[in-house]
Design a protein around this ligand. Structure first.
Ligand SMILES: [Zn+2]
Ligand SMILES: [Zn+2]
Length: 507
């Protein structure tokens, strides 16, 4: 998608129904759950409910994107219930790869709609705040109508490992590496960074941080008590350069191969503040988000060329997932005993496999729903089923920041970037219905056989010569004929489809 920087959801339905919206409830601060917020808040004004940690992480970015706008944050704690119109929302603590994540138990007249958000069951979380399993059991007894469950990791059998297991892998790498160790992870993975500090302290290394977002997050989290950095561990990048290589760890952003990130710039030798050295080791403590694989492997390859060994897979884990595996998904179903199942946060294959899990636990097909964006699931006293579709889909935002890049614009960009463009200028005397002067054809970025434009010009002349006075006065028709004829002529001779732009000058 040339030039497209951001894809956000189509909010038409929410905007059309804005008077019904009591608030936006955030389960956690990950980008795939909050990234669209600025685009929605430009169109509707509603309170945002979230935990303190979520607010800390997203406030600054929201304010940057919405200058001058007063954002109405309302902070809740896990366990709180918030009344919202005819419903109420109870936040129930779960574990995930970011602190203070909550599932949402939405109480309605028909029963509880339980929206898990992203979760896993980690019994030894870094912050010692496990999921509130007891409460999920109680909600099950009260009566859960439908469970909207995370299904991202449904392909993985068994139980996911605890975040705490990662420190063993980090410690091993930190102890064995001869030179500096770089570690890249998501800037929001506070617990991973916490463990990197601890492993560094245990192996006699000190830690510098590179990357604006990571630095900001660590600063705020240390100040607010979400991170505990061992005394003396933290050094600036400049100080790190004065320490022996085998005593240094550098935390950096760029785990998704983002072009502007510190890691990618380093891999290209373009980062002003530091260079990769022969003998460095990079720990890739993250997972590629689908679609980013190419950029990530290119970065890793460039690092190897510079003499940096990259560890992206190791016998002791250096990364664990924040999403529930099969047995954890089953545990959530067993605890909450929902009447209906509706997997979310997965692609169709994940939704399908989650349905299979439901079946293996005795759910009939009629009580399992595979949702599609924009198709409502309607509940009544005795029934649940799909309703009439509402507007949904995606809106493309390009560098201009104006949402709504259309498929037509993208197709034109694609054609121009692949096959160049041709402009054809013609002057028309509309009063007398005749062409004035010669056609002018120019091209940019077009590479075809010799005489390509001459042939196109000849074809267009043939067509223009056959037009009568009345037809020539119809400029729309003239434009269409010229475009169509030039397109066919170029395609026939070269197989190319450059973008063709016709300018008509009225004289
Ligand atoms: Zn998440
Ligand atoms: Zn997510």
């Amino acid at each position: 998608m040339l030039g497209v920087d951001i894809i956000v959801p189509d909010f038409t339905y929410l905007v059309e129904n804005k008077e019904k919206i009591r608030g936006i409830f955030l389960t956690h601060a990950h980008e795939d759950h909050v990234g669209g917020l600025p685009y929605l808040l430009r169109q509707i004004s509603v309170p945002i409910y979230c935990t303190e940690f979520t607010q800390i992480l997203i406030r600054q970015r929201l304010e940057e994107k919405l200058p001058g706008m007063k954002i109405d944050f309302r902070i809740f704690k896990p366990g709180d219930t918030i009344n919202a119109g005819s419903m109420s929302v109870e936040a129930v603590r779960v574990t995930h790869s970011i602190p203070d994540t909550c599932a949402m138990a939405i109480r309605t007249d028909l029963g509880i709609i339980l929206f898990t958000g992203d979760y896993k069951f980690d019994f030894t979380p870094i912050d010692n705040k496990p999921a509130n399993i007891t409460r999920f059991g109680e909600l099950g007894q009260e009566g859960v109508l439908c469970l909207f469950s995370d299904s991202t990791n449904v392909e993985r059998p068994g139980w996911g490992p605890s975040e705490r297991t990662v420190i063993d892998g980090l410690r091993t790498v930190f102890a064995e590496a001869q030179g500096r160790v770089l570690l890249t992870t998501f800037a929001s993975n506070i617990h991973r960074m916490q463990q990197a500090y601890e492993a560094a302290a245990e192996t006699g290394r000190r830690v510098a941080v590179v990357g604006r977002r990571m630095e900001t997050n660590i600063d705020i989290c240390e100040r607010m008590g979400y991170m505990k950095i061992p005394k003396g561990s933290r050094v600036s990048l400049d100080d790190a350069k004065m320490i022996r290589d085998e005593d240094v760890v550098i935390l950096t952003t760029g785990s998704q191969g983002e072009p502007m990130s510190a890691l990618v710039q380093m891999s290209k030798g373009n980062y002003g503040r530091m260079q990769i050295k022969n003998g460095d080791t990079l720990v890739y403590s993250a997972r590629p988000i689908p679609g980013n694989e190419g950029a990530i492997w290119r970065t890793i390859n460039r690092l190897f060329v510079q003499g940096c060994r990259v560890i992206y897979d190791s016998p002791t884990p250096i990364h664990v997932s924040g999403h529930a595996y099969q047995e954890e998904l089953k545990m959530m179903i067993n605890l909450t005993r929902p009447f209906y199942l509706a997997p979310v946060h997965g692609e169709p294959r994940h939704q399908y496999l989650y349905g299979q899990i439901g079946k293996s636990m005795g759910y009939p097909e009629s009580r399992i729903f595979t949702l599609t964006d924009g198709v409502p699931l309607d509940f009544t006293e005795k029934h649940a089923g799909f309703g009439e579709p509402v507007p949904a889909g995606r809106v493309l935002v390009d560098g201009s920041g104006t949402p709504g890049v259309t498929e037509d614009v993208l197709r034109d960009r694609y054609n121009v970037s692949n096959e160049g463009f041709v402009t054809i200028t013609v002057a028309v005397d509309t009063t007398h219905g005749e062409f004035v002067g010669d056609l002018m054809l120019q091209s940019r970025g077009l590479h075809g056989p010799e005489g390509l434009l001459d042939q196109a010009q000849n074809w267009v002349y043939d067509v223009l010569n056959d037009m009568n006075k009345a037809e020539i006065s119809d400029l729309g028709k003239v434009r269409h004929l010229i475009t169509d004829t030039a397109k066919r002529a170029i395609l026939k001779k070269s197989g190319l489809r450059p973008l063709i732009v016709v300018s008509i000058i009225e004289v």
